[in-house]
Design a protein around this ligand. Structure first.
Ligand code: IFM
Length: 452
């Protein structure tokens, strides 16, 4: 696979960003920590992973990258790579494995060690409270379909902020609410694996309300620098027909504007409300004020675009996503840096004028291998970063208030329904020995950040 690189090297592109721009790497708890260690409780990903056929290689997050034991080595890689920030989530089932009242002392101690290790290395901790590992007991009680999840999440937020808040540079409640809701309840690709329109409507509202209630709790504690992390996917119609244009608008409404509109304008897109109809929770309108409480920054995760094709056989949406002709990653995802620039421009213009913006995830999967010389060559990934950073550098010239960028991911890790078969890291992980090998892309970042 060939990436769409830029004319300039990463080092040359980086020189176009202001000196106070934050560059970091991102990871997530279930994908790297290893749930077998430290008294971590069960999450709905453990049960989803046991469903036959749910995960391509049949694996789960029990071992992951053994980050629970190797976090110091991993943070050395972040700091030695020249990055100034580390984006990570707390694990809800690690902190509260059995009940919402009994805190796991080992879980608290792990995140104490992790945060202290970040601060010792001069890394700014950018925390997320939820990156998809819902405690199984909450899944058993309806999970994101149950409005009570917003109260459970508020209480969990309170615990995290009381214990760790003074060491966090920034906090976002939920990573990628579209994945938590639509991907998991309509397309069934992620836990809990449902394909149900009513469940989708409820989860898409409750995940937003959980965000709002969590922000309210954190404001109550005086916690600073609160934001959101929304995933974005650019969409283009398959042809010039009116129907393809209409369906592309619907895709954008479901995937992107549902979260942008509610978080920043206190409303949901009309065409998506029409889709959900009677399935929207009663009184949802009364929650929109809380959902749209002011934030200090807005984060966007971006990977690819979709091509939208009308499909009369699709019962609710009337479309399906097909592949276009752009170069693709090992996920089969098209590489389209212009889509990232589109979303940041739209955010700065329509939703959050003047608000600091961050790219909170961006990266690609590649079929990387350690060669005979003990090196991992991933020129495709270097080109991917170059292409996306070049698109972002152009935004700086347009005065879009971009303040930071996080590469996904530090390590190869558990890529959800793809198990360990897809490698997104700038550091290779041998899952048998757990040996870490910095890839060519890690070295390119290091050279670029050291030059800056
Ligand atoms: O691995 C995921 C991550 O957990 C959330 N954002 C997208 C990544 C790549 O699929």
């Amino acid at each position: 696979m060939v990436g769409q690189g830029a004319e300039m090297s990463l080092t040359e592109i980086m020189s176009r960003f202001p000196s106070d721009m934050v560059f970091g790497v991102a990871t997530s708890s279930y994908q790297i920590e290893g749930t077998a260690h430290g008294g971590c409780g069960a999450s709905h990903w453990d049960s989803f992973a046991r469903q036959p056929g749910a995960i391509t290689d049949g694996s789960d997050g029990a071992a992951a990258c053994d980050h629970y034991n190797r976090y110091a080595e991993d943070l050395d890689l972040v700091a030695d790579g020249g990055f100034g920030a580390y984006r990570f989530p707390f694990s809800w089932p690690r902190l509260l494995p059995q009940s919402d009242k009994e805190v796991n002392a080992d879980g608290l101690a792990f995140y104490d060690r992790l945060l202290d290790a970040m601060l010792e290395r001069g890394l700014q901790p950018f925390a997320t409270l939820y990156h998809w590992d819902l405690p199984q007991r909450h899944a058993d009680n309806g999970g994101w379909q149950n409005r009570d999840v917003t109260g459970w999440f508020a209480d969990y937020t309170d615990l995290v902020i009381r214990h760790f808040g003074d060491r966090l540079a920034s906090v976002a409640p939920v990573n990628e609410p579209w994945c938590v809701s639509f991907l998991s309840h309509y397309w069934g690709h992620h836990a809990p694996g449902l394909c149900d329109l009513a469940a989708t409507a409820r989860s898409m509202h409750h995940v937003q309300l959980a965000h709002g209630r969590s922000i309210e709790v954190m404001r109550g504690h005086g916690q600073q620098n609160l934001g959101c992390v929304l995933n974005k996917e650019f969409a283009v119609p398959v042809d010039g027909s009116d129907l393809a244009a209409e369906k592309t608008y619907l895709f954008d409404g479901i995937y992107n504007r549902w979260f942008e509109e509610s978080t920043f304008r206190g409303r949901y897109p009309e065409e998506v409300l029409a889709l959900f109809g009677e399935h929207m929770p009663d009184g949802y309108e009364d929650d929109l004020g809380l959902i749209s409480a002011p934030l200090d920054w807005a984060g966007s995760n971006y990977y690819t675009r979709s091509v939208i094709a009308p499909d009369a056989g699709e019962p609710h949406l009337g479309f399906r996503c097909v592949r276009g002709d752009l170069p693709k990653t090992d996920m089969g995802w098209e590489i389209d840096p212009d889509g990232l620039a589109f979303f940041l421009r739209r955010m700065a213009r329509d939703y959050a004028p003047g608000l600091p913006l961050y790219v909170t995830e961006n990266g690609m999967a590649n079929a990387d291998m350690v060669n005979a010389a003990g090196e991992v060559q991933d020129p495709e990934r270097v080109a991917y970063f170059e292409g996306h950073l070049a698109a972002l550098a152009a935004l700086i010239d347009e005065d879009v208030p971009l303040k930071g960028y996080f590469a996904w991911s530090l390590l190869d890790n558990y890529e959800w329904a793809f198990g360990y078969s897809k490698r997104f890291g700038i550091v290779h992980v041998d899952y048998d020995s757990m040996v870490r090998t910095p890839k060519q892309s890690w070295h390119a970042w290091r050279a670029a950040l050291q030059a800056g």
